[in-house]
Design a protein around this ligand. Structure first.
Ligand SMILES: [Mg+2]
Length: 412
């Protein structure tokens, strides 16, 4: 099973995606997601210029060996660009191995541990009527869990909130939600933590009152709080029974979560910007978090995320894989195969992809009963239409940046 070629495909059907295609000498093709939101071309160049030439001639079956070769062999370890590139290789090799075995990938990972993977969608509104409308739309679309984000009075635009009521689930209009905007420079948003902390508990009180106790609710603080502010928010949200509170602090300093944990029983999720098990080492061992947010795409692939999740399982920490539109259908497919197989699956994030994205990638995973299930065909179950992909060239796009109202750069 010698690798014959490794090619990088950059396409922008609704947003930018980087895909690695590995082809074996006998013509088996595997795909891996290498999309790093706002820094896509760095991963594309890393793969094309430094990794692809090393793959040619290697045995496609030696996944663990190739992973270690790329991780240890480069000397420069970790970091989002490196780990996303390694993830693309790893995922493509798992796709090949599963195709050769004639099995859907989850079967090679131990088989299904559940019927499907519960997902949550992104509901938002500038005010409560818009928010209720957005939640109802998600429920009508089949979601059983929603992340709730709202505008904050006095702030012009806030992370995760659609800027118009027309931005709804499905169809192009919802692309108002897409945080990576196509522009020469990143948009700038403003932030006031005190205004946010005053506003959010009342929103959850209203949503619980409107939708009752059953609905699974989540919230993302998007790294904007200090540890003591995070502790206060977790405590304030306890009556509303959140599934999780996400990214309360930037958490480069893992010890910060000790303070948060001491003060609240609201479950905590973190790690969508992490890229190795080392970023989680203290958080998991000290049981300071409840959910691991890494997806296959940004944490070194199926091989590496499986190890993180097995470590997490020892401490009853579960998966909560990142899955907005910046994870391509290749990455979502890989996450769903892994999520279906591991015992400690928690929930999967899922934004419905744009129609053009689905036309280009043709994934076979299915959204039903509020969850995702991978198809039964061998491999990942993604059929990239490369001719169509070529019709959507890369367009420069950035995630926004964020400033406090006095102009200080803040976490986004
Ligand atoms: Mg998040």
């Amino acid at each position: 099973m010698r690798i014959d070629r490794a090619d990088v495909i950059v396409t922008s059907p609704g947003r930018n995606f980087v895909t690695l295609r590995i082809t074996t000498a006998d013509g088996v093709v595997g795909y891996g997601d290498g999309t790093l939101n706002g820094r896509e071309l760095a991963v594309a160049a890393y793969l094309r210029d430094h990794v692809a030439p090393l793959l040619v001639g290697r045995d496609a079956h030696r996944i663990e060996d190739t992973w270690q070769y790329l991780y240890r062999g480069a000397y420069w370890r970790r970091g989002p660009v490196t780990m996303t590139a390694i993830a693309a290789v790893d995922t493509a090799l798992w796709d090949i191995k599963a195709k050769v075995a004639g099995l859907p990938l989850y079967q090679l990972l131990g088989g299904a541990s559940r019927e499907n993977c519960l997902v949550y969608g992104h509901a938002s509104g500038r005010d409560l009527p818009e928010l209720y409308d957005s939640i109802r739309q998600h429920l009508e679309s089949g979601f059983r869990a929603v992340r709730v984000q709202t505008a904050v009075p006095g702030l012009e635009s806030v992370y995760g909130v659609a800027s118009s009521a027309a931005a709804s689930v499905g169809g192009d209009a919802r692309y108002d939600y897409e945080p990576a905007r196509r522009s020469a420079r990143p948009a700038e948003e403003s932030w006031d933590t005190r205004a946010y902390l005053r506003h959010v508990p009342g929103v959850f009180e209203a949503v619980r009152h409107e939708f009752g106790p059953e609905l699974v609710l989540l919230h993302d603080a998007h790294h904007r709080l200090t540890p003591v502010q995070a502790a206060r928010l977790g405590k304030a949200l306890e009556p509303y029974d959140l599934f999780w509170l996400e990214d309360v602090t930037p958490a480069e300093n893992q010890e910060a979560l000790r303070l948060v944990r001491q003060h609240t029983t609201t479950p905590l999720a973190i790690g969508e910007v992490f890229n190795t098990v080392w970023d989680y080492q203290a958080l998991i061992r000290e049981q300071l978090i409840d959910y691991v947010r890494s997806p296959v795409t940004h944490a070194g692939g199926v091989t590496a995320l499986r190890k993180i999740l097995d470590y997490a399982a020892m401490y009853q920490v579960k998966s909560g894989m990142h899955g907005p539109t910046d994870v391509s259908p290749v990455g979502i497919a890989a996450s769903v195969h892994l999520g279906l197989a591991v015992h400690n699956f928690g929930i999967q994030e899922y934004m419905l992809p744009a129609p053009q994205t689905l036309e280009v990638f043709n994934p076979t995973f299915e959204f039903a009963d509020g969850g995702l299930r991978p198809g039964e065909e061998p491999g990942l179950g993604v059929h990239l239409d490369e001719a169509l992909a070529a019709e959507f060239p890369y367009e420069r796009a950035y995630l926004p940046t964020n400033r406090l109202v006095d102009g200080t750069v803040h976490d986004w």
